[in-house]
Design a protein around this ligand. Structure first.
Ligand SMILES: Cc1cc2nc3c(=O)[nH]c(=O)nc-3n(C[C@H](O)[C@H](O)[C@H](O)COP(=O)(O)OP(=O)(O)OC[C@H]3O[C@@H](n4cnc5c(N)ncnc54)[C@H](O)[C@@H]3O)c2cc1C
Length: 493
C-alpha cells in the first residue's frame, strides 16, 4: 500500500481524470471507477454510420490548464495531444445579415470591429478588452483557481475591492453596456452567460471573464480525434503514471467509520479499500434522497444542495454530412433576432422563441474541405423540470431547427442522417434535471456557496467536477480536480 493510503476516484469525466492524473503523478495509489465503458463523461463520443462525432464540449479554452494537468502527471501535453488554435475562434452571424469573426490579437480584432461597427466602437472595444484582461487578472488566482472549501477563502478584501471597482458585482449586461454600444458587439460579449446557466441580465459581471477566456485567450481543438481525444489522452496519461481504471462498473456506496472514508463499495458488491475518495459525478444523484440511500453517507450532506437550482439544458442535433460546407468556420454562432425574450423564456422554463444556434463543424473528419463532416447544432432549452411533454416538443424543436438551418444557407438537412440529444436523453445519461450543465452560477451557487469540494464531517471525502467550485466547463472542472488532489496530498503528505 502506498504512503497516504489508497484513493478511489468516482467518475472518469474531466474532473475525476484531472484529480487522478495529479494523484497518480504524485505517486499515490489511485483507482478510477467509471460507470461507462470509456472515459470522458460529458466529453463523450458517438457514431452515425461511419461518422464519429463529439457529444459534448467543442470550445476548448485555456489550454494551459490542461497542459498543467499533464505536467503534474509527469507528461507533456504536446506529445499526448497536440492542439491547434482555431482561426477564427468563432464566427458570429447576426439577424441583419452581418457577421463578425472573432480572431486572435487585439489589433486584428479591433479591425474586425471597426469594419462592422465603425472606428469609435473599435476604440471602445479596445478599452473594453483591457477591462476584460484586468477582470481576469483580479479573479483568476484570488477566486477561480483557489480552494473554496473554507469561508476564509472569500475573505480577500483587496481582491474583492478590486473586483468591485472593475464592475465585477454589477450585472454582466449592465457592465458590458457601460463600455460597448453596438448591440451586436454586446451580444458577442454577453452570450457566454449561458455557459453558466444564466441570462446576461442575471449573471454577475465577474462572468465577463468567460468572454476573456474565449474571445481573447482563444479557442483550441485537438489536431486529431476531436474533443473526445482529451479524456482519452488524460486517462492514458493517468494509467502511465500508475492509476488503475475500472470501466463499466458503478460506485454504489462510500463506506466510512468514525474516522472517515474506509472503502468504496461497487455495485458488483466488490469493496475497494480507500483512505480517500474523490467523488466527481452528479452530486445531487450521489447524495440520493433523504435517508442516505445514495452513493454518499448521510453525514456528507451539504446544505448548499438543499434547493439546487439547475442550469437550462440543450438540444443538440448531429448531422452526418457527405460534404463539409465550403468556407464553414469551426464554430459559428447564429444569433436570432430576439434577445431579451429568449432569456426570459428560458428562465420561465419555456423553449426560446427565436434561439441562437451554435453550429460546430470540425474539419479533420475527412480529406479537408468538401469531405465528409459532422455538423453539430446546439440550441439552449429548458431542463426537464419545466414539465414539458418532450415526446411532442423535441420533434417540434427539431423541425424548427431544420427550417432555420435551411434559411441560414445549410440547405435541406431533413433527409440527412442525424442523432438528437434532448433533455430527456441527458437525464437518461445520468444528469439530474435533464441538464448536462449542473447547477447554474447564480451568486448563491458560486465560489464558497457552490457545493463544497470536501465533506467537512467525513475526513477523506472530496468532490470534484462541475457541481463544485469553480463550476461548469472544461477549465473549471480540471481546476476542481486539482484542488481535490492538492487537499489530499496536503492532508496525507
Ligand atoms: C453538449 C455539451 C456542450 C458543452 N460545451 C462545452 C464547451 O464548449 N466548453 C466547455 O468548456 N464546456 C462545455 N461543456 C461542459 C463540460 O463538458 C462539462 O462541464 C465537463 O465535461 C463536466 O465534467 P465532469 O467531470 O464534472 O462531469 P461528467 O462529465 O458528467 O463526468 C462524470 C462521470 O462520472 C460517471 N459516474 C456517475 N456516477 C457514477 C458512479 N456512481 N460510479 C462510477 N461512475 C459514475 C459518469 O458516467 C461520468 O463519466 C459542454 C457540455 C455538454 C454536454
Amino acid at each position: 500500500m502506498s504512503a497516504g493510503g489508497p484513493i478511489v476516484v468516482v467518475g472518469a469525466g474531466l474532473g475525476g481524470l484531472a484529480a487522478a492524473m495529479r494523484l497518480a503523478g504524485a505517486g499515490r495509489e489511485v483507482t478510477v471507477v467509471e460507470a461507462a465503458d470509456v472515459p470522458g463523461g460529458c466529453c463523450g463520443t458517438a457514431t452515425l454510420g461511419s461518422h464519429r462525432f463529439d457529444t459534448g464540449p467543442s470550445v476548448l479554452t485555456m489550454p494551459g490548464v490542461l497542459a498543467d494537468t499533464f505536467a503534474a502527471a509527469g507528461q507533456d501535453l504536446e506529445r499526448w495531444l497536440p492542439l491547434r488554435r482555431l482561426d477564427p475562434y468563432y464566427r458570429l452571424t447576426f439577424h441583419d445579415g452581418s457577421r463578425l469573426d472573432v480572431v486572435a490579437g487585439a489589433d486584428a480584432m479591433a479591425e474586425q470591429v471597426r469594419a462592422l461597427c465603425g472606428p469609435a466602437e473599435a476604440r471602445r472595444y479596445l478599452r473594453f478588452r483591457r477591462l476584460l484582461g484586468e477582470l481576469f487578472e483580479a479573479e483568476w488566482s484570488a477566486f477561480i483557481d483557489r480552494d473554496m472549501t473554507r469561508l476564509r477563502a472569500l475573505a480577500r478584501p483587496y481582491a474583492l475591492a478590486r473586483l468591485a471597482a472593475l464592475g465585477g458585482f454589477r450585472r454582466l449586461d449592465g457592465l458590458v453596456r457601460r463600455h460597448l454600444t453596438d448591440e451586436r458587439l454586446i451580444r458577442a460579449h454577453t452570450f457566454q452567460a449561458l455557459y453558466v446557466g444564466l441570462s446576461p441580465r442575471r449573471a454577475l459581471g465577474v462572468y465577463a471573464v468567460i468572454a476573456h477566456m474565449d474571445t481573447v485567450g482563444g479557442v483550441y481543438f485537438p489536431r486529431e480525434g476531436g474533443m473526445h481525444a482529451v479524456p482519452r489522452a488524460m486517462a492514458a496519461a493517468a494509467e502511465k503514471a500508475g492509476a488503475i481504471f475500472r470501466y463499466g462498473v458503478r460506485a454504489g456506496r462510500i463506506e466510512t467509520d468514525g474516522a472517515g472514508v474506509v472503502a468504496v463499495r461497487l455495485d458488483t458488491g466488490e469493496r475497494l479499500a480507500a483512505r480517500h475518495a474523490v467523488v466527481a459525478c452528479d452530486l445531487v444523484r450521489a447524495h440520493g434522497r433523504r435517508g442516505g440511500d445514495g452513493l454518499l453517507p448521510e453525514e456528507a450532506a451539504d446544505w448548499r444542495l438543499r434547493r439546487p437550482r439547475f442550469s437550462p439544458s440543450c438540444l443538440v442535433a448531429h448531422f452526418a454530412l457527405d460534404h463539409r460546407p465550403e468556407g464553414q468556420a469551426h464554430h459559428t454562432l447564429h444569433f436570432g433576432r430576439e434577445w431579451e425574450a429568449t432569456f426570459a423564456a428560458l428562465e420561465a422554463g419555456r423553449p426560446q422563441p427565436d434561439p441562437s444556434l451554435l453550429v460546430t463543424c470540425p474539419d479533420g473528419h475527412g480529406p479537408g474541405e468538401g469531405g465528409p463532416a459532422v455538423l453539430s447544432v446546439l440550441e439552449p432549452t429548458p431542463n426537464t423540470r419545466c414539465g414539458a411533454d418532450w415526446t411532442t416538443l423535441t420533434p417540434r424543436l427539431v423541425d424548427r431547427m431544420l427550417e432555420r438551418l435551411a434559411a441560414l444557407g445549410y440547405g435541406d438537412l431533413s433527409g440527412v442522417p442525424r442523432m438528437v440529444f434532448d433533455p430527456p436523453a441527458w437525464r437518461r445519461r445520468g444528469h439530474s434535471a435533464g441538464t448536462p450543465f449542473a447547477l447554474d452560477a447564480r451568486f448563491t451557487q458560486t465560489a464558497w456557496f457552490r457545493p463544497s469540494g470536501a465533506a467537512r464531517r467525513v475526513p477523506g471525502l472530496h468532490f470534484a467536477g462541475m457541481y463544485t467550485a469553480p463550476g461548469v466547463g472544461v477549465p473549471p472542472v480540471l481546476i476542481s480536480g486539482r484542488l481535490a488532489a492538492e487537499r489530499i496530498l496536503e492532508s496525507t503528505p
